[in-house]
Design a protein around this ligand. Structure first.
Ligand SMILES: C[S@@+](CC[C@H](N)C(=O)[O-])C[C@H]1O[C@@H](n2cnc3c(N)ncnc32)[C@H](O)[C@@H]1O
Length: 259
C-alpha cells in the first residue's frame, strides 16, 4: 500500500486470497522462529492471515497489524474456536503504529516489506520493528534479490497464469505482465483478473498495477542500522539455505543492536 492500497476493497481482498491461498513455502520458517519466543509474535502487514492463521492453528499467539479493513475482515471471518484466542488484530499503518508492547519475533512475510517504496517508508517501518522488538528478539522478513528480476526494461509479454474456481462458483483467470525500473529500483506488475459468473454471463474484468521495491542486501543492512537494528543472518530461502549468488530471495534475520 503506502500509495494506493491494492487491498483496499472486498473484491481485491478476495482476489488476494485466490492468488496466495496455496503459498506455504514460508509457514514453517515463521512457526520455527515463533516457537523460540515466549511472547506472541507480531506480524506487520498481516493481510488476510495466511501466515498468522498457520501459527494460531499450531497454538502460537500472534498480533497482526494491517491498514486494510477488508483484509482484516477476511482474517476475522476465518477465525474459529481454536484460532480466535491466539490472534489479536490491529488496524493501523506499520510506519506509525506503537502498541507499547515488545515481542520476541516481529515478521513481515512474502513481499510485504517491498511495499515500502521509498527509503523514508522503509526506515519508518523498521523503526516500528525496533520499538516492538524485545531484547534478544528477532525480526524476520523475506525479500526478493536483484538477481530475481529481469532488468531489461521491457515489459514481459502478458501471460495467462491460471484459471481457478472462485469461492462463489465463478471462474477466475489471472493474467500478468511485469516491467522493472532500475532508476526507481521497482517492479510494476500489471494484473488482470477476468471473472466469468457461475452459469455463464458477461465477463467482469478487474485490472490494476502492483509496484514493489527491490532492496539490495547492503541497503537493508544500512536501513536496519539506522533504525537501531543489526543484520544477524541472511539466508537464501525459507528453508534457511545459505545465501549465494544464485539466490532469488533473501531471508533476513535482524536483532536489536544491544542483543
Ligand atoms: C501482500 S499482502 C499481505 C501479505 C501477508 N503478509 C502474507 O504473507 O500473506 C500485503 C498487505 O500489506 C498491507 N499494507 C500495505 N502497506 C501497509 C502499511 N503501510 N501499513 C499496514 N499495512 C500495510 C496491505 O493492506 C496488505 O494487506
Amino acid at each position: 500500500m503506502t500509495g494506493d492500497n491494492v487491498y483496499g476493497d472486498d473484491e481485491l481482498a478476495a482476489l488476494y486470497d485466490l492468488v496466495y491461498s496455496d503459498y506455504d513455502h514460508d509457514l514453517d520458517l515463521y512457526a520455527g522462529f515463533a516457537r523460540r519466543g515466549e511472547t506472541p509474535s507480531l506480524e506487520l502487514c498481516v493481510g488476510s492471515g495466511r501466515v498468522a492463521l498457520h501459527l494460531a492453528r499450531a497454538g502460537l499467539r500472534v498480533v497482526g497489524i494491517d491498514a486494510s479493513r477488508p483484509m482484516l475482515a477476511r482474517l476475522q471471518a476465518a477465525l474459529d474456536e481454536r484460532t480466535a484466542p491466539n490472534i489479536r488484530l490491529v488496524e493501523g499503518d506499520v510506519r506509525a503504529v506503537d502498541l507499547g508492547e515488545r515481542f520476541d519475533m516481529v515478521y513481515c512475510a512474502l513481499d510485504s516489506f517491498e511495499q515500502m517504496l521509498t527509503p523514508d517508508d522503509a526506515a519508518a517501518t523498521l523503526r516500528c520493528v525496533a520499538r516492538h522488538l524485545a531484547p534478544g528478539g528477532a525480526f524476520v522478513a523475506e525479500l526478493r534479490t536483484l538477481r530475481s528480476v529481469d532488468w531489461s526494461g521491457e515489459p514481459s509479454p502478458l501471460r495467462h497464469e491460471w484459471t481457478r474456481a472462485g469461492a462463489d462458483g465463478s471462474t477466475v483467470s489471472k493474467f500478468s505482465s511485469m516491467r522493472a525500473s532500475l532508476a526507481s529500483q521497482t517492479t510494476t506488475t500489471a494484473l488482470i483478473f477476468d471473472r466469468v459468473p457461475a452459469g455463464g454471463g458477461p465477463v467482469h474484468r478487474r485490472a490494476f498495477d502492483v509496484t514493489l521495491r527491490v532492496f539490495t542486501r547492503a541497503e537493508v543492512e544500512l536501513l536496519l542500522r539506522a533504525a537501531g537494528l543489526r543484520l544477524a543472518h541472511v539466508y537464501g530461502d525459507a528453508g534457511l539455505s545459505p545465501f549465494t549468488d544464485d539466490s532469488d530471495t533473501m531471508i533476513i534475520v535482524a536483532e536489536g543492536e544491544g542483543s
